[in-house]
Write a protein that binds this ligand. Structure first.
Ligand code: LMR
Length: 329
């Protein structure tokens, strides 16, 4: 009887890890800074839905939107420390890691439209940039789209001279810093979660962002004039902690890759429409005035911001600029 008891206990013990594994799912904390109701917010929720479905509940994805877990800079540190497993920062935010090459994507008037952006990232350029993250313990999984920046202040911004002396919030890229300086303004890096208040209290005079971010963060309520300039592109790199990712069982990693690939197609397919709808809603609100540029205005901005291209060589290096040029040929 005693023998039987010990045999049963041993069998139960042997089974314990399997049972525990079945009971406690692998948790992926996915932190980001925008609202759920944006291309990135919806993409993160789509990934959650698909990841949980394809892994049959073995993975649970916890999405933390709106900087509710970490702000811009902190979230990248948290990823490296393993406190979160997945992020989707804008590619303008990698400089604190010592990776500057992504900033090439912030060059003004670089991409003609979303399609040329998407095509560019699918090739060697996208891979080259992700390779730069490897040494930092970070793995790049996908590029997500969020369309083109508008720019705003409490006065119309139509001619380059209209920027003179104004303070603009930028998200992190030194390329953006340069093109705002090219038109005589004073750029200032600030976390996304602090922008609304900074605009409201006049800590900064203006900012740049996409319609979906203007709408969901209510920036349009504290900016009298917005120029739909489309002067630069906003894109995200979906990244994971490499150690976490490489340590996943191969079958689960495969299921998550499938979920990510489908969530990426979904996000990139809705980005343009989401931004068009957001712009229409901002217009309808009557709380701000939307301006557009004539061809001549646009040329004047392009001319004024051109020095950023020469300056960029010293910042991001010729190699990535050559890759960008090749993609846009
Ligand atoms: C910003 O900080 O302006 C953007 O990067 C926010 C975002 O993630 O869209």
């Amino acid at each position: 009887m005693r023998k039987l008891f010990f045999a049963a206990a041993a069998a139960a013990l042997a089974l314990a890890p399997v049972v525990a594994e079945a009971q406690s799912p692998i948790i992926i904390k996915f932190s980001h800074v925008v609202a759920n109701d944006t291309p990135k917010g919806k993409g993160a929720l789509k990934f959650k839905e698909l990841a949980e479905k394809y892994t049959d509940g073995k993975v649970k994805v916890e999405v933390y939107p709106n900087s509710s877990l970490y702000k811009d800079k902190e979230e990248i540190e948290a990823l490296q420390l393993g406190s979160v497993q997945m992020l989707a920062p804008s590619t303008a935010k990698f400089a604190p890691l010592g990776v500057k090459e992504f900033e090439a994507l912030d060059l003004p008037w670089l991409f003609k439209d979303d399609d040329s952006y998407a095509a560019a990232m699918k090739g060697p350029l996208g891979k080259y940039l992700f390779d730069k993250l490897q040494a930092k313990g970070i793995k790049g999984l996908a590029y997500w789209d969020n369309g083109f920046h508008m720019v705003s202040a409490n006065k119309p911004l139509i001619k380059p001279a209209d920027f003179q002396g104004l303070k603009f919030r930028i998200s992190g890229s030194k390329i953006a810093d340069q093109y705002f300086r090219n038109v005589g303004s004073i750029p200032q890096i600030m976390a996304f979660s602090e922008v609304y208040q900074a605009l409201q209290t006049g800590v900064v005079d203006g900012c740049e962002n996409t319609p979906s971010n203007y709408l969901t963060q209510k920036f349009y309520e504290v900016q009298k004039d917005i120029t739909v300039s489309n002067h630069a592109h906003l894109q995200y790199a979906v990244i994971v902690n490499s150690k976490f990712w490489d340590g996943l069982p191969a079958d689960i990693r495969g299921q998550l890759e499938k979920a990510m690939s489908e969530a990426t197609d979904y996000t990139n397919s809705i980005a343009r429409k989401e931004n068009e709808d957001a712009l229409a809603e901002i217009k309808k609100s009557g709380k701000t005035t939307l301006h557009s540029l004539t061809d001549a205005d646009r040329k004047a901005w392009q001319e004024a911001m051109r020095p950023t291209y020469t300056w960029a060589k010293g910042r991001v290096g010729q190699e990535v600029l050559d890759l960008v040029a090749k993609e846009l040929d």
